[in-house]
Write a protein that binds this ligand. Structure first.
Ligand code: BGC
Length: 268
């Protein structure tokens, strides 16, 4: 178990990639704070899966008491919520060692039709929330005098690659890339590493529209050299590695998990 004794907070872990990451980190031995915004049932499913992993959770009347996992509702787009999320996680498990900034949204629109409301929603959840979650986490690491914090941002191939009709999404992921590079320098002396994982097309709810549209899906599959969409597990395996001690000398990097899409992408 690579993450025994560690506590991880995974934002946006009520479904999709975040759910896969939360479960994988628990499989590696971590205690996990699950976070949701609008899908408490999804968070409950994530907790159930963590419960089934068993480990050192206490059994009460035949049920695990969720000692290995805990769910907190918080909107990553609201800094007050983010602050409470970090504080409540620390209160519940005593510390956070691994922060996985996963929560994210995207909105499709022609550039000239993007509303201020949609722009703010994307930037607040995908970037501002990550910025302040990371800041509160770093303050906690400083207070604890710890020297081995891990920050992993779930970015996208679109931190580099244009994605027409998703300009605010791309801008938010590009911002994440530069935040990560800056902090790799600034946080090095604190022993904190920070890296991005950049998924390509992964089979999750964010891609529902794509998955239900063969006219869009088939050409996309042709652009993926490995010939298939990614699965949440393809991403969570990399996150588990970056969170572990094996990755102690990696900071300031983006690991692309996309089946080769980035170097073979053509907009249809
Ligand atoms: C987006 C998906 C898209 C994929 C590949 C991801 O970042 O969330 O909607 O299919 O990139 O373009």
């Amino acid at each position: 178990m690579k993450l025994n004794g560690k506590v991880a907070l995974v934002t946006g872990s009520s479904g999709g990639i975040g759910q896969g990451i939360a479960i994988r980190l628990a499989e590696e031995g971590a205690k996990v704070v699950v976070n949701y915004r609008s899908n408490p049932q999804g968070a409950e499913q994530t907790l159930d899966a963590i419960q089934k992993i068993g480990g050192d959770c206490k059994m009460l009347d035949g049920f695990c008491d969720y000692d290995r996992g805990y769910a907190i509702g918080a909107d990553l787009g609201m800094v007050d919520d983010v602050k409470k999320l970090i504080a409540e996680s620390i209160e519940y498990f005593g510390a956070i060692d691994i922060l996985v900034n996963n929560a994210g949204i995207e909105k499709h629109a022609d550039f000239w039709d993007v509303t201020e409301q949609d722009f703010d929603a994307v930037m607040n959840i995908n970037f501002k929330g990550v910025f302040f979650a990371t800041q509160f986490f770093v303050k906690h690491q400083i207070e604890q005098g710890k020297q081995n914090g891990r920050i992993i941002n779930i970015s996208s191939v679109h931190e580099d690659l244009p994605f027409p009709h998703f300009t605010s999404y791309c801008a938010s992921k590009g911002a994440l890339k530069m935040m990560m590079r800056n902090l790799s320098v600034e946080l090095g002396a604190l022993g904190i590493t920070i890296n991005n994982v950049a998924p390509g097309a992964i089979e999750t709810p964010i891609n529902k529209q794509l998955l239900n549209n063969p006219a869009q899906l088939e050409p996309l599959l042709k652009n993926i050299p490995l010939g298939r969409l990614g699965q949440p597990d393809d991403v969570s395996a990399v996150v588990a590695f970056l969170a572990s001690d094996d990755a102690r000398y990696i900071t300031g990097s983006t690991v692309v998990v996309d089946g080769g899409l980035l170097w073979n992408y053509q907009e249809q």
